[in-house]
Design a protein around this ligand. Structure first.
Ligand code: NAI
Ligand code: OAA
Length: 465
């Protein structure tokens, strides 16, 4: 391992529990940039390479940008956005395109407008192919071979609505999308943005379980492109190996194998809660808990990583201020309870604040697109084998972290096969009021989970799947 990689790993180990996107492209490609710079330098000194008519690369503003990196020569990484024409989908597509060192094919799927958006985006000077996929007939092609599928499809809140009020319309949308994703490309990582996240992730896991759990039945009729005939991933645990012996042993082994297969699918299904993490950093940086800089500006939020656990709605959004990477005086968090609670509430209510300020013209889209881009790039970096990539997300856990709750947002270590484990979350390390918030949030989460699972089970049964 070269020294800059070592340095990078050291930094990762020491620093934030949650990654920061500002340094994404920069860190990964320091060496490549140095090499490119060296090549550029050689070229300038070589008179054979200088022509009067063609301007130097550095004369173009965008080419001088440190974000601009060439695509990797051997492989194309495809990312698909389902709901790409919406308030989140459009800026997200643009941000992902700016990360063409990670994304070389952007597939945009929606029921409307998507061809025009793709045409527009395809003129951005990045080495990234953009394809448009309009309507259900083009959904299979959109999701096929994608490494990450990001889903902001569905209705957004209007003032006065709760996220749960969106369930009626968005559950059906998510169900139909999840079925196709599970059938066509179950090994892709799924990043679910659509609300209510707390119910739509369990709904999706249920769909995956049924469709992939019934793999042997379905395989026969599946087309050759269906990943049902190409299992998502080899079983990750030794327990998944088929045991020899009696028929009881065999059936127990099969059950264990199915459970492992289910977990392996769910490890790739993420409810995106990055916006809560981003808001927690930013609103805390502006709060009384951190002194402003000498120039009067608030602290750099990128240096304050605060895990946000639970879920993505009201009281289930639980920022753990005591676990901030930038030291907070824990005594102050307890003694100045009113300031602490005001800060926590402002993080929980940040979505409503935006909703009301937009006066019916939509909910959070720009900060969400930024957050989804950060999360997607983290997934891709982990898929490429980069270690120590940690993000908070709402996922299903094989062993519940909190009482009997299988679904819970927590900081996760990401890998090429989905998340591997939680990182640094331990109930008994938390302040008493944080533990109490988790208990209260858990009650709401239980209901949201049941709602999503029940919906999926009913639909799947009615379709005899
Ligand atoms: N997880 C989070 O932190 C956040 C989640 N959200 C949620 O994200 C979702 C999207 O928000 P916006 O982009 O602002 O909404 P939007 O209404 O602007 O866009 C939604 C897009 O989804 C498309 N769509 C609807 N049905 C579809 C289907 N069956 N297949 C494909 N596309 C379909 C629409 O045509 C539209 O282009 C909402 O549910 C919102 O509540 C919003 C902000 C934060
Ligand atoms: O409230 C909404 O619909 C959007 C949302 O989830 C957020 O801004 O956190």
């Amino acid at each position: 391992m070269d020294s800059s990689k070592n340095q990078q790993n050291n930094n990762n180990n020491k620093s934030s529990k949650v990654t920061s996107t500002t340094s994404l492209g920069k860190r990964r490609s320091l060496n490549k940039r140095a090499r490119n710079r060296a090549k550029g330098h050689q070229r300038r000194e070589d008179p054979a390479n200088s022509t009067m008519s063609s301007p130097k690369a550095s004369e173009y503003g965008s080419q001088a940008s440190p974000l601009r990196q060439p695509a990797t020569p051997n492989e194309i990484t495809k990312v698909t956005i389902l709901g790409a024409a919406g308030g989140i989908g459009q800026p997200l597509a643009l941000l992902l395109m700016l990360h063409s060192e990670y994304v070389q094919h952007l597939a945009l799927y929606d029921l409307v407008h998507v061809r025009g958006i793709a045409a527009d985006l395809s003129h951005v000077d990045r080495q990234c192919k953009v394809t448009a996929h309009l309507g259900p007939d083009e959904l299979t092609e959109a999701v096929r071979d994608a490494k990450v599928i990001v889903i902001p499809a569905g209705l957004a809140q209007k003032p006065g609505m709760s996220r749960d009020d969106l369930f009626g319309s968005n559950a059906k949308i998510m169900y139909n999308l999840a079925k196709v994703c599970a059938q066509v490309n179950p090994s892709a990582h799924l990043a679910i943005i659509s609300n209510p996240v707390n119910s739509l992730v369990p709904l999706t896991c249920e769909v995956y379980q049924r469709i992939l759990g019934a793999g042997s039945r379905k395989e026969k009729s599946a087309d050759s492109n269906s990943a049902l005939s190409q299992p998502a991933a080899p079983p990750a645990s030794p327990g998944a190996a088929a045991p020899a012996g009696s028929s009881a042993q065999k059936s127990a082994g099969k059950q264990q194998q199915q459970q492992q297969c289910f977990h392996d699918c769910c490890r790739r299904i993420f409810g995106v809660t990055t916006l809560d993490v981003v808001r927690a950093s930013t609103l805390s940086a502006k709060s009384a808990f951190f002194k402003p800089e000498p120039n009067g500006l608030f602290k750099d939020p990128a240096k304050i990583a605060i895990p946000v656990v639970g879920g993505h709605a009201g009281k289930t959004i639980i920022p753990l201020l005591s676990q901030s990477t930038m030291k907070v005086d824990k005594k102050r968090l307890i003694e100045e309870k009113a300031t602490t609670l005001t800060l926590i509430e402002s993080i929980q209510q940040a979505g409503i604040e935006v909703l009301n300020a937009k006066k019916g013209a939509g909910s959070a889209t720009l900060a969400m697109a930024y957050s989804a881009c950060r999360f997607t790039i983290s997934l891709l970096r982990a898929q490429q084998g980069e270690p120590n990539i940690i993000e908070c997300a709402y996922v299903r856990h094989q062993q519940p972290l909190v009482s009997d709750l299988e679904y819970f947002a927590a900081p996760l270590v990401l890998s090429k096969d989905g998340y591997v484990k939680t990182q640094g979350f331990s109930l008994n390390k938390l302040l008493p009021y944080e533990q109490q918030m988790i208990e209260e949030g858990a009650k709401e989460l239980r209901m949201s989970v049941a709602k999503g699972e029940d919906f999926a089970k009913e639909q799947l049964s009615s379709e005899k799947l």
